[in-house]
Ligand binder design. Structure first.
Ligand code: ADP
Ligand code: MG
Length: 182
């Protein structure tokens, strides 16, 4: 049995989770044993995801360390990983290990953080993957294709209310413009 690594990357709201679920559902139709993992994330880094309609179709298992997936995913045909950017650097080794053992690994995650810098283990994971798909959102400012997740400065009262950061999908131009304004 042959394994491989697929990466789905892009900005927030670009449909990474949707695409991951689409692929996993098709694997299920083919009677493959599928498991989806998510990192247990520190609330400091929590990013609110758009709940896609089919998002509830697959139950995910929260794990603390990338290495937890080695054992938990060992009896699967397909291992899905969402929010891959939040995992430790061990993720690269874990994905390679699973793929070497014949498992199809599909990892979805942000390729860039809100500053536009490569995010955690994503660059290295993209380097060792057989397939890399970059999906795009729509820029909320101009409607162009968006590759950046812009962090909107929240008002004082909002911070007191929910302590949640607000993100916007933006194209390069509108992202730069917003960064210069802050
Ligand atoms: P991701 O996992 O990449 O954050 P999701 O799969 O959770 O993305 O959500 C994708 C969905 O988000 C789209 O199908 C669309 O309905 C919605 N959405 C909200 N804002 C935007 C935007 N600016 N551009 C594109 N889609 C958006
Ligand atoms: Mg998502």
């Amino acid at each position: 049995k042959r394994g491989w690594i697929e990466v789905i990357c892009g900005a927030m709201f670009s449909g990474k989770t949707e695409e991951l679920i689409r692929r996993l559902n098709r694997a299920k139709i083919a009677r493959q044993r599928v498991e989806i993992f998510k990192p247990v994330v520190d609330t400091r880094y929590h990013l609110e995801d758009v709940v896609s309609h089919n998002a509830t179709a697959i139950r995910s298992t929260p794990v603390q360390f990338a290495h937890d997936m080695l054992l938990l995913g060992s009896s699967c045909d397909v291992v899905g990983i969402d929010e891959a950017q939040f995992f430790d650097e061990g993720l690269i080794e874990v994905c390679a290990n699973l793929a070497n053992r014949g498992i199809r690994v599909i990892a979805a995650g942000l390729d860039m953080d809100y500053l536009g810098k490569p995010f955690g283990p994503m660059p290295a994971l993209m380097a060792i993957a057989e397939y890399v798909t970059k999906v795009h959102a729509v820029c909320v400012c101009c409607g162009d294709i968006a590759s950046y997740s812009f962090r909107v400065a929240t008002a004082q009262d909002k911070i007191l209310l929910g302590e949640t950061d607000v993100y916007e999908a933006r194209c390069r131009n509108c992202f730069l413009e917003g960064m210069q304004r802050q």
